[in-house]
Design a protein around this ligand. Structure first.
Ligand code: GRG
Length: 295
């Protein structure tokens, strides 16, 4: 596949997402304008926009126009940005940098970071419920999907496992990540299918694709934590190791982690092959995620 075509699709969709995010969280003149300013600082910082792009590429499979899916796509990025803001707080990971900038609580304050995260979480639902491009049934289905995937049985539950389970085994690590990172990635894909009004059978296979892609995404993140440090420093300066984190690499070893990532990616391609619709862009995103590590 031509990498140039893949990249130009990603550039076009991420820039459409960024443009819409700017509109959905505008600069304000209210006395409380700081909450918008802080939310924009985190939300508009350079990120990969993987979740909104997945939603757009999935909805496109079912001929949904970008303008009808873009608000829902942005809602996923808002939820993701909120989770990063809260994850970086001193009571969680206590991180100083995110997306190449000081974390929100370092740049502003903990109180502002907490409120900006709360605002983005709430605003995601505000934006979906006020979107004039989608119908009432789709709104309810998206709200149910997002609240479930980001809620107590999804991302928040995964975060709880992450901060409370000491030295998880492989089964627990998979459980933790399928909730913490996998659930929202999976939901972004299912969200695209909801906008396409597809049948339950297709939703199920796309949910399966999201599950495998979420798994691959996390294993690759763990691999990159080790390999990127070797490339940069000539030795392992793994942040996961510094933080004594259990990862796919610490449990499986680097080579087997690569095998596991490759298997998850192959599974994604197999699901894509079975879809009745041509999935050129969705396939290219899977390929892009896979291309981050050397198999
Ligand atoms: C605090 C409620 C709460 C939840 C936090 C998702 C999460 C739960 C924390 C994220 C922490 C983290 C670094 C997880 C590993 C997975 C990962 C690489 C997330 C970052 O997502 P990317 O790579 O980030 O899509 P960008 O910046 O590109 O959007």
């Amino acid at each position: 596949m031509d990498v140039g075509i893949v990249d130009s699709y990603l550039i076009e969709t991420t820039s459409a997402v960024n443009h819409k995010l700017e509109q959905l969280v505008p600069i304000q003149r209210f006395p409380h304008k700081l909450i918008y300013e802080a939310a924009r600082y985190a939300l508009l910082a350079p990120g990969k926009r993987i979740r909104p792009v997945l939603l757009l590429a999935t909805s496109e499979l079912f001929d949904v126009k970008q303008k009808s899916a873009i608000t829902a796509a942005c809602a996923f990025e808002m939820i993701h940005a909120y989770s990063l803001i809260h994850d970086d707080l001193p009571c969680m990971d206590n991180d100083d940098f995110r997306r190449g900038r000081p974390t929100l609580h370092r740049f502003y304050s903990e109180a502002i970071a907490l409120l900006a995260g709360d605002f983005l979480l709430t605003h995601a639902f505000y934006c979906i419920s006020h979107d004039e491009e989608i119908n009432a049934n789709q709104k309810i289905a998206l709200i149910q999907l997002i609240s479930q995937s980001a809620g107590g049985d999804g991302m928040i539950g995964g975060q709880l496992l992450d901060i409370s389970v000491h030295k998880p085994d492989l089964l627990m690590l998979e459980n933790l990540h399928s909730r913490k990172t996998g659930a929202l990635i999976q939901a972004a894909i299912v969200g695209g299918a909801i906008l396409g009004n597809v049948n339950q059978e297709q939703i199920n296979s796309l949910a399966q694709l999201g599950k495998k892609l979420g798994l691959a995404f996390q294993i690759i993140d763990d691999i990159l934590d080790v390999t990127a440090s070797v490339e940069k420093h000539g030795r392992i300066v793994s942040t996961d190791a510094i933080n004594a984190k259990t990862t796919y690499v610490t449990l499986l070893g680097l080579d087997q982690a690569k095998v596991a990532a490759k298997e998850a990616i192959e599974h994604c391609y197999a699901i894509l092959d079975e879809l009745p619709n041509k999935s050129f862009h969705l396939r290219s995103i899977v390929k892009k995620i896979a291309s981050q590590f050397n198999s």
